[in-house]
Design a protein around this ligand. Structure first.
Ligand SMILES: [Zn+2]
Length: 584
């Protein structure tokens, strides 16, 4: 096809941009910066077309096709990557993660591999030996289901802070559960938070007590917040330079991790305005190396005051987009925090916790409409999902806002079957995490029983068949950011132990790839610019060591990212490791 012909196919919006991108209106041959050829390029276009090769110039995809067609884009300065039969896909878009949490997680104790409480106490003891008195010791990732021996002493199966306090009398310790929905604090941390024997937790939280009424140190949901706030206060001693350096280090560590796993865009599910200000400065310095879609997280009073000056929709080749608000109606299932329609099977006195009230979130919804923002609300339990759909529907109707606002429900994990069609009717996006299903499968039936587990949990097939847009992600640092692990969970529903959790809800390979690319682009109003490898879209590409669209299920676990390309620049290579150091 002639070059003029290619141009004629472009979306009108893009014709102008591309003419600038290739720097001409003349009819000489386009010489691309980067060509990939000799492989299988999964374009994720409307027909799921597969081609052999693609060309990227000045950050944009300028052609896709067979090797012969793309040959004309190769000039003396073109970087040519031989795919040698490998699969290239659009850069993965993490649909729901926590950027600074991911970065900070690299600087604190990683408790994911701990197989006993005693092992965790030893790790803390080692950290205390290296720390000045008063300095906080933080960790994340413990999970009681991974322990091969029960803690002793224990209260309702959980350890008490006595052992932690014994090894760390002068250093506050805060150890967050893998889910983020519970944490352990030692005596010094409880004291720093102002917690004492008779204390009540904030609404939506719970302080565990032993038979004598003493705090055990286990904090559920919002009960963690006073301790986290005490830690934040301890940071007030840092100079502005130290604070900025710390922030940059966390962004750099998170970016490095994301690129190594093939993530080229990242939806950050909740950042303060102060954090957005810092990210803005990085964007101004061209220092961001993955594309961020950041949800603003605050109270209504501050949202009202500041939303207007923070509206930053995508302009195409963008590294920082802000046009969404994050709220959270309930907690998580593992910690009995998910808000359920009926009580927990293993805790009949409870239907879960409400973290932010319906009235509060409704008020945010009105603010969002007024300022042209999307609303993204965390909802895990079936009651929580229903309440959020009710809020969205009422606000859409009262504002006469139609049904194409693309509001999101984050997690959409347990949904009553009668609410499925409402997602489609309201145009609400289900922002799910494939990997959560296989991580949680071993204990979901304990919490809600077999029947509800079968009919109401991780209903991806049902949602997709109803016409709902389903995005995918990992909620990193709750899970490893690895999209290939979440892809595998999405298409196999196979747990680490090898069992398969309600396979009738699996996605197809094509659906799972789309959920991680184009659907997440749509969920950020960016499908015109990215999410597929088509002419006029950004040159964000991942090369994999095997074809995840065709290899047997058993081979998916071994799949690796070979190359990560953002805007036509190779940012990660498995052979060379980090081609361009983030933020350096
Ligand atoms: Zn989250």
């Amino acid at each position: 096809m002639s070059r003029a012909g290619r141009r004629a196919e472009l979306h009108p919006l893009w014709t102008a941009a591309l003419l600038t991108a290739v720097g001409c209106g003349d009819d000489g041959p386009v010489v691309a910066d980067l060509v990939m050829r000799g492989g299988v390029v999964a374009t994720v276009d409307s027909a799921n077309s597969l081609v052999e090769a693609l060309a990227i110039d000045d950050g944009w995809v300028v052609a896709t096709g067979d090797d012969g067609e793309i040959a004309s884009y190769i000039g003396p300065d073109t970087e040519v990557i031989e795919l040698d039969g490998r699969l290239a896909v659009p850069g993965f878009i993490e649909g729901h993660g926590h950027l600074l949490g991911l970065g900070a997680g690299k600087t604190i104790l990683d408790l994911n591999a701990a197989t006993s409480w005693q092992g965790i106490v030893s790790m803390v003891a080692d950290a205390v030996a290296d720390a000045d008195p008063g300095k906080w010791i933080r960790g994340r990732g413990w999970h009681q289901e991974k322990w091969d021996e029960p803690p002793d002493p224990a209260v309702a199966g959980h350890p008490t802070h006595a052992s932690l306090s014994a090894v760390s009398p002068a250093n506050p310790v805060l150890l967050v559960h893998a889910s983020g929905h519970a944490a352990f604090a030692n005596a010094a941390a409880l004291e720093a938070a102002g917690y004492e024997r008779g204390s009540e937790p904030p609404p939506g939280g719970e302080l565990q007590r032993d038979a004598e009424g003493n705090l055990t140190g286990l904090l559920r949901e919002t009960a963690q917040r006073p301790v986290a706030a005490a830690y934040e206060r301890s940071l007030a001693d840092l100079s502005p330079e130290e604070t900025e350096a710390r922030f940059r280090r966390e962004v750099a560590l998170a970016t490095e991790e994301a690129l190594s796993k093939g993530v080229t865009s990242f939806h950050d599910a909740g950042a303060s305005f102060a954090t957005i200000d810092r990210l803005r400065r990085l964007e101004d310095e061209d220092a961001l190396q993955i594309r961020l879609y950041v949800m603003a997280r605050s109270q209504n009073e501050e949202l009202e005051r500041r939303l207007a000056e923070y509206y930053m929709p995508s302009e195409g080749d963008d590294y920082l987009v802000v046009r969404s608000i994050k709220r959270q109606i309930d907690g998580a299932l593992g910690s009995h925090g998910a808000w359920l329609l009926e009580p927990y099977a293993d805790l009949p006195s409870s239907t879960g916790l409400v973290l932010e009230s319906v009235e509060d979130i409704s008020a945010t919804a009105h603010l969002a409409i007024r300022h042209g923002f999307q609303l993204s609300t965390h909802a895990i339990g079936d009651r929580a999902n229903r309440e959020v759909l009710d809020i969205y529907e009422a606000v859409f109707d009262s504002a006469d806002a139609g049904r194409d606002l693309r509001w999101r429900i984050e997690h959409a994990q347990h949904v009553h079957p009668s609410d499925i069609a409402r997602f489609a009717e309201l145009g609400v996006i289900a922002s799910v995490q494939g990997i959560h299903a296989t991580s949680d499968a071993p204990w979901v039936p304990l919490r809600i029983g077999d029947e509800r587990a079968a009919e109401r949990t991780y209903l991806w097939r049902t949602l997709l068949d109803a016409g709902v847009v389903v995005g995918n992600g990992t909620d990193t640092p709750v899970e490893d950011i690895d999209p290939l692990a979440s892809f595998r969970a999405s298409v196999t529903r196979q747990t680490a132990a090898g069992s398969v959790f309600h396979p009738e809800q699996r996605m197809t390979r094509e659906e799972a790839l789309r959920s991680y690319t184009l659907s997440n682009a749509y969920a950020a109003f960016e499908e015109e610019y990215k999410g597929s490898l088509e002419v006029g879209k950004v040159g964000d590409v991942v090369v994999l060591d095997r074809d995840i669209l065709t290899v047997p299920d058993a081979d998916l676990a071994e799949a690796r990212v070979d190359l990560t390309v953002v805007g036509g620049v190779v940012r990660y290579s498995r052979q060379v490791r980090h081609v361009v150091d983030p933020l350096r």
